[in-house]
Design a protein around this ligand. Structure first.
Ligand SMILES: [Mg+2]
Length: 181
């Protein structure tokens, strides 16, 4: 069963994604959500995030932060990681993703999209045909509008878990995430 609301992969954390494998598979650019995907909502880049972007650059990836948040928040995070940025991206509309790919010099076929929300981050990319990775949100304390979207995500995650596309061998760690939902 394929569905534009289904991510290509579910991973328990951004920091557990096998980026080396994805590079070998031909991906060259990564569009990242920031809040609750890389750091808790509103936080600056921490040691772990700084190390991740150093590692990604070393592998050879182009990276772009794509956020619906305003310029100061995105620049505050980017100060220590130094990658491409798109602020006020209006996700899930495709414009922000296109702008990000343009900055990275990549296209839909070789760009990954990483985020913690199906409706805000991922489905626009899935709709465009991009490879999408849904991660578990870093901070469980969320604003009410996000909590409501989480409730809407549940039946989709249930369907995904019971669909054939979930039987990928590298998703062992993700049973943790699904069991905790
Ligand atoms: Mg987020």
């Amino acid at each position: 069963m394929s569905n534009i609301f289904f991510p290509s992969e579910l991973i328990s954390s951004t920091y557990r994604i096998d980026f080396e494998r994805l590079y070998q598979e031909g991906y060259r650019g990564i569009l990242f959500d920031i809040d609750n995907t890389l750091v808790p909502h509103g936080a600056p880049a921490d040691e772990r995030a700084i190390r991740l972007f150093e590692r990604l650059k070393k592998i050879g990836f182009q990276c772009c932060l794509v956020s619906n948040n305003k310029q100061p928040r995105v620049e505050m995070f980017n100060k220590d990681v130094n990658v491409h940025i798109v602020w006020l991206a209006h996700k899930p509309l495709p414009g922000g993703y296109r702008k990000g790919m343009q900055k990275m010099g990549t296209d839909i076929s070789n760009t990954l999209l990483v985020g913690d929300q199906i409706f805000t981050d991922l489905w626009g990319g899935s709709f465009m045909g991009m490879y999408t990775i849904l991660v578990k949100p870093i901070n469980p304390k969320e604003e009410i509008q996000i909590v409501l979207k989480r409730i809407l995500e549940r039946p989709i995650l249930w369907l995904y878990r019971h669909s054939r596309s979930y039987s990928r061998e590298h998703e062992i760690t993700d049973s943790e995430r699904l069991n905790s939902m």
